[in-house]
Design a protein around this ligand. Structure first.
Ligand SMILES: C[S@@+](CC[C@H](N)C(=O)[O-])C[C@H]1O[C@@H](n2cnc3c(N)ncnc32)[C@H](O)[C@@H]1O
Length: 252
């Protein structure tokens, strides 16, 4: 008898990103600062402090979702920050934050970001004035558009297919000009996102070795760090986070 074949991995296009459950995701992850996110902010602030205030014409946060802290981090270095997001529910939340003022729960995040990078504007609202919401996906980004691209919990959290994960990472690298900077955070060994009873969102298990194998051939000054598992988050089945900073090499 032929053994049953393994189920085909779910592709990025098979999930309904317009219906990402924004409130459940914010409730589980971003109403308070969890230690894992504080570690991401400390790590990325080291990179952003190396860049002169306003020194970058434009940066992109790829797959922004409803998370404002990556946009805050970019605001000192970048004169324009594109929050690139394919999902309608996430874009609607971001637009409300930009036009009606950010939820009070984001203020402690801004306090942490500004404490680590005093070049940030005095208020969160001022920082967010540099941000515009851009409908789109990693694959839709024109090559060599940005001076810096950031990505938080996206390439590994939107597909079950390791080959598609690698392709999304390549699109991320391609989106910056030669010499452009990259900062990213990945959930480590995340089996899937379960945010409500309705749906299971696709994910691919990655670790430092996988991230190195994908990014080393594409980047210079690659630095990969680990953050231990954050026990204050819901039990997603992950083993921590992987953090990355790198530079796209000149003309490769
Ligand atoms: C796990 S959430 C992460 C959200 C946010 N970056 C954060 O830090 O919390 C994954 C995000 O990726 C977006 N996404 C899905 N497919 C994408 C693609 N092909 N390119 C870019 N973003 C994508 C989803 O809509 C969602 O906002």
């Amino acid at each position: 008898m032929t053994p049953p074949s393994a189920p085909r991995p779910r592709a990025n296009s098979e999930a309904d990103w317009d219906r990402w459950p924004v409130d459940a995701y914010l409730d589980q992850n971003y109403r308070d600062i969890h230690p894992g996110d504080a570690a991401v902010i400390r790590h990325h602030s080291r990179v952003y402090r190396e860049i002169a205030p306003g020194g970058l014409r434009a940066s992109a946060e790829c797959g922004a979702g409803p998370n404002l802290y990556p946009l805050m981090l970019s605001a000192a270095a970048s004169r324009r920050v594109d929050a690139v997001e394919p999902g309608a529910s996430n874009r609607a939340y971001l637009r409300r934050q930009l036009t009606e003022g950010a939820d009070a729960s984001w203020l402690p995040f801004y306090g942490l970001c500004r404490g680590l990078n005093p070049a940030l504007p005095p208020t969160l609202d001022e920082a967010l004035r540099r941000v515009r919401v851009v409908p789109g996906s990693l694959e839709s980004l024109a090559p060599q558009t940005y001076d810096l691209a950031s990505m938080h919990f996206v390439a590994e959290s939107v597909t079950e297919d390791p080959a598609e994960f690698a392709a999304l990472c390549r699109a991320f690298v391609r989106s910056v000009r030669p010499g452009g900077r990259l900062v990213a955070a990945f959930m480590e060994n995340m089996p899937s996102y379960r945010l409500d009873a309705e749906r299971v969102w696709p994910a691919t298990r990655v670790d430092t070795a996988v991230i190195r194998a994908v990014f080393a051939p594409l980047t210079d000054r690659l630095r990969i760090d680990r953050v231990p598992k954050d026990r204050s988050l819901p039990e997603y089945g992950d083993t921590g986070m992987v953090l990355l900073s790198a530079v796209r090499p000149p003309a490769r």
